[in-house]
Design a protein around this ligand. Structure first.
Ligand SMILES: [Zn+2]
Length: 400
């Protein structure tokens, strides 16, 4: 008779074996045993199960160190597919990936700001349909759908509690998508999703303590402590975009005053440019006539081509991002801060300003140099993060 405890131990060991194969790659059963400290027969038994289930594949014999050549193991990335969705305020980005988050197919669809909830959900369903029709034949099929959303999420129930920039309240998105497709759905806040993506497949993969700053229309953070996402009591942690950096300033949508995101987001970027134009600033790139059609990507492009207004605006937002990063470093003493989402595409233009702020103002940084960088996953960070949401659960509980 197998007890519940024994089943749990087996589950944990299986997850350890699977993740060791994923992290190391090209590894033998004996090497897994020596790295994990599990005995060889346990490793062999669990590896055989994982091979039978399709998650792991044998790659033929490797180099011998005397004696029989060991058989090399790898994750069978083609065992199944995952769908990842970055539902943003003004676009939906969907990716279809294999088990190692390699993108097989992707599509970006712009949505108009203010589009109705029903229309956006219809678009979402169309895109998922399209992703499924582009999925290759695999043993396991589509293993899950991950969705990152710009708002506060009850991640256990998959309910969007509040997405202010979309004007959504209490939307049971997990249930809507699961009822339609009969595929398991995971939903989380986009900054949490971005942080998990960086931890699994991006800049954060070698770090256990880092903070991901999602700098887009708003600002959010995903906090990784001891290798795990810090969620707080209800899963609502990380709303650092709403920390006060100016107690005297005007009210934010959230009810607080002087919130960080009002100075360090795309909204702030456009406000700054608009003020420059009101004061009759001019350059060969940005003017009152083309202001309405400006996007952050265009601003970055103009800055790189020599637009003074664009450069000044990005530097200003970069400096303001730095003010919040000082607080983050003083609070968490992290190994790494990753700047992600659209503003991160300005790279050095904002990074240099952030660093200047941190070097001059952070107490903790004086004694412990935090690495500050932009996201390696760039605009895919949200969608790959959503994929990681599914993969992280799959690799933690391969039996379920
Ligand atoms: Zn606020």
């Amino acid at each position: 008779m197998i007890t519940a405890d024994q089943l749990l131990v087996k589950q944990i060991n299986k997850s350890i074996v699977l993740n060791t194969i994923r992290k190391k790659g090209n590894i033998s059963r004996a090497e897994i045993a020596s790295i994990t400290g599990l005995n060889k027969s346990t490793v062999s038994f669990l590896v055989d199960e994982l091979i039978n289930e399709g998650f792991v594949k044998e790659e033929g014999p490797g180099e011998s160190r005397g004696g029989r050549k060991p058989i090399i193991l790898n994750i069978n990335e083609k065992a199944g597919c995952i769908i990842g969705i970055d539902l943003d305020v003004n676009y939906i980005l969907i990716v279809l990936t294999d088990l190692m988050a390699n993108v097989i197919w992707e599509k970006k669809m712009d949505i108009e700001i203010g589009e109705s909830q029903q229309t956006i959900i219809e678009r979402l369903i169309e895109l998922i349909d399209e992703a499924i029709s582009n999925a290759p034949e695999t043993v396991k099929g589509i293993l899950g759908i991950g969705i990152g959303v710009p708002g506060i999420v009850d991640y256990k129930k998959g309910i969007i509690l509040l997405a202010p920039n979309l004007k959504w309240e209490n939307v049971p998105l997990k249930q809507i998508i699961e009822d339609r497709f009969k595929i398991k759905v995971k939903i989380d806040n986009e900054a949490n999703v971005g942080a998990i993506g960086e931890k699994w497949f991006g800049e954060g993969s070698k770090y256990n303590n880092f903070v991901y700053v999602s700098a887009g229309i708003g600002v959010g953070t995903g906090i990784i402590i001891n290798g795990e996402l810090y969620r707080g009591t209800m899963g609502l942690a990380g709303e650092m975009g709403h920390m006060t950096i100016d107690i005297h300033d005007h009210q934010c949508r959230c009810g607080n005053t002087g919130c960080w995101e009002n100075y360090a987001s795309e909204k702030a970027l456009f406000e700054y440019i608009e003020n420059q134009l009101i004061n009759d600033a001019k350059d060969g790139y940005i003017n009152k006539e083309n202001f309405d059609s400006l996007t952050t990507l265009k601003v970055i492009d103009y800055a790189q081509r020599g637009s003074l207004i664009a450069k000044k605006a990005l530097k200003e937002v970069g400096k303001n991002l730095g003010v919040g990063v000082v607080n983050i470093i003083n609070t968490f003493n992290p190994e790494l801060v990753i700047i992600g989402n659209t503003l991160s595409l300005a790279k050095e233009l904002i990074l240099d300003e952030i660093l200047k702020e941190v070097e001059t103002k952070s107490l903790v940084y004086r004694y412990s140099k935090t690495k500050i960088t932009t996201s390696k996953l760039e605009l895919q960070a949200g969608a790959i993060g959503a994929v990681s949401l599914v993969i992280s659960e799959l690799f933690a509980y391969p039996d379920i």
